[in-house]
Design a protein. Sequence first.
Length: 221
Amino acid sequence: MTSSVNGTNSANGSSTGGDSVGVNLTDVSQLQNNFITLMVAQIQYQDPTDPVDSTQFVNQYSQLSQVQSLENLNTIQKNSLVLADNLQNLTAAGLVGQKVMVSVDSLQLDDAVVDGQVQLEHASTSTTLKLTSAATGEVTKVALGPQEAGSVAFSVDPQKLGLAPGKYSVEVETSSGEKPKVEVGGKVSHVRVSESGPVLEVEGAGSVPFYNIVEFGSAAA
């Protein structure tokens, strides 16, 4: 972003509107100092019979002050973003070894049981957990039965269900047509910092963005 100040003719105090100077936000302080120096010099050497219009200086100095305020605000915002990023990274790092509940659309299964839940807004006479293998496309359905509105817990036992290790998309189907988000709980094994923020490696869920956490200290197995 740039601003400009009109040059002045020290001989007669008139404004030379055609001459403008590009101003970078980082040079505003220096520009203000130069402007004050030029203003003082022009007032000292002005023609008494044709004095300088002081309102021009006031208006231009006011514009410079506004630009400096924008620069200061921009700096504060940048510093706030950096602080927020650092706090988020520190928070994520502190979750290593802890249990969390995260919102997911897929599971990363091995031999371990994965515990999870969905939040139903409406009662369902028939509720089904649907797992689709990313490798083969095979679909496995787990009946959850009729459910009232509220939290519905479930467990996925790969050995009992005969599921091979790998990635599975997951969703819940209800008789009401509602498509609730699936949440699973697991321990955070490590955290990776990416350009879009921290990414957690959660048991049973795989790589999950930090903002997908819905609960801390879940009762995941």
